[in-house]
Write a protein that binds this ligand. Structure first.
Ligand code: ATP
Ligand code: I3P
Length: 386
């Protein structure tokens, strides 16, 4: 072969290679874009992405990503989830609390913005076809004991009845069968409710335009009672400005509630398991190395002491990532599967505790939170009776 030919051939080959590489790069960029988190389509309250500096996103694997709020809130919440789901946690109260929380899959950040940290959480509404969702803040106070006087006054001014009622509806969306669409109520709706209108206001969440979903109310009461039971048995944590997230199936075809992979209301989920799971053990060992604790309440106490003295600043705390234990999850899946095959109604409703930016160690029972739970149960029971 002539030298010129050889040169030509090799440059064509190189050119092809370069072309293929660009195409591959383009493909991977496209894939990356498709995998980029989007704002949570079914968020009903709280800081919203694009509206506030921080917000809630939806990961392509079906989990939600809650951006860490500025210290002390974000680190406090992350630390709380980390403790509750720590592999070496032996505290029976924290272990039994897990069932009432979204599962925690550690932290996540985008390769573009590695400094923006998110908590990766189970999407409680994921398995529902037409999820009706409500966020209710629980307690007689919506601020913690360290809140400034201004903040306390501001919160009391916004909803003076919180002290008496013990809860506040922050937002909801309800699937209306006839129109096939969602009716939403934002925070102003909840704040406008008085003792006289509270019952009808709360009942709206359970009315699909055609009927009152008594089944969803009874199951919700049952689940709130379970949470109350947990609070009655513990004296180590106090929860301020924390919420209960209610979800029930709004579609007629309750039996068709998803097992996991598709949501009509959000983007399609393309993966059954969250990404971090495979890193669970690695992350847990990292956590052990940097913390070395098993007593969860003592860590929380330490954090709040740090908070009191310095504010939250420890960068290493932010980067402790904790995943779920595969064996624990496998057990849970078996239980859930068992319930499904029994046709258990409980599967059609979720009541989970969320929003832990103001959780504090304590040595007494959390009377404010329990007051709120009892009051909520009472109003729900009245709705059923009426
Ligand atoms: N694990 C979850 N699964 C499904 N939806 C969730 C989950 N966590 C949060 N959300 C949605 O996001 C909303 C806000 O959540 P959260 O209360 O944790 O955020 P926040 O910004 O801390 O709220 P706030 O401004 O009240 O402090 C909830 O009302 C709910 O709609
Ligand atoms: O619903 P609104 O009117 O937006 O009010 C906010 C809401 O009560 C948040 O829960 C609260 O954050 P925390 O629960 O973390 O206290 C926030 O406090 P902030 O003003 O201090 O951020 C309030 O402004």
């Amino acid at each position: 072969m002539a030298t010129e030919d050889r040169v030509l051939k090799s440059s064509v080959a190189a050119g092809d290679g370069a072309h293929n590489e660009n195409a591959a790069e383009r493909k991977s960029r496209k894939a990356e874009r498709a995998r980029a988190p989007v704002p949570l389509s079914h968020q009903v309250a709280g800081h919203k992405y694009g509206v506030h500096k921080v917000g809630i996103l939806q990961h392509y694997d079906g989990t939600v990503l809650k951006q860490l709020q500025p210290p002390p809130r974000g680190p406090c919440e992350m630390q709380f989830y980390t403790q509750v789901f720590a592999q070496d946690c032996t505290d029976p109260h924290l272990l039994s609390l897990q069932q009432h929380l979204p599962k925690y899959y550690g932290t996540w950040s985008s390769p573009d913005k590695p400094n923006e940290l998110y908590m990766k959480l189970e999407d409680v509404a994921r398995r529902f076809t037409c999820p009706c969702i409500m966020d209710v803040k629980i307690g007689r106070k919506s601020f913690d004991p360290f809140a400034s006087k201004e903040k306390q006054e501001e919160h009391i001014r916004k909803y003076p009845l919180m002290e008496e009622i013990g809860f506040l509806i922050l937002g909801m969306r309800v699937y209306h069968i006839a129109s096939g669409s969602y009716i939403s109520h934002e925070q102003f709706f909840g704040r406008s409710l008085t003792k006289e209108t509270l019952k009808t206001g709360l009942a709206r969440f359970f009315h699909n335009g055609e009927e009152l979903r008594k089944d969803a109310i009874s199951t919700s009461i049952h689940k709130i009672r379970n949470i109350l039971c947990w609070f009655e048995g513990q004296k180590q944590l106090h929860f301020y400005a924390s919420s209960l997230l209610f979800v029930y199936e709004g579609s007629h075809h309750i039996g068709n509630a998803k097992n996991g992979n598709k949501a009509l209301t959000g983007q399609e989920y393309r993966q059954a398991e969250p990404e971090n799971k495979s890193n669970a053990h690695l992350s847990i060992s990292k956590l052990k190395n940097s913390c070395g604790h098993t007593n969860c309440s003592s860590i929380l106490e330490a954090i709040h002491n740090v908070k009191k003295v310095n504010g939250f600043g420890s960068h290493s705390l932010h980067h402790q990532s904790l995943g779920m234990m595969a064996d624990m999850e496998a057990k849970e899946n078996t239980v859930a599967e068992g319930k499904r095959s029994n046709g258990g109604k409980e599967e059609n409703v979720e009541v989970r505790m969320i929003d832990f930016a103001h959780v504090f160690p304590s040595d007494s029972s959390d009377d404010g939170y329990m007051y709120g739970l009892r009051s909520l149960i009472c109003v729900l029971e009245q709705i059923l009776q009426d």
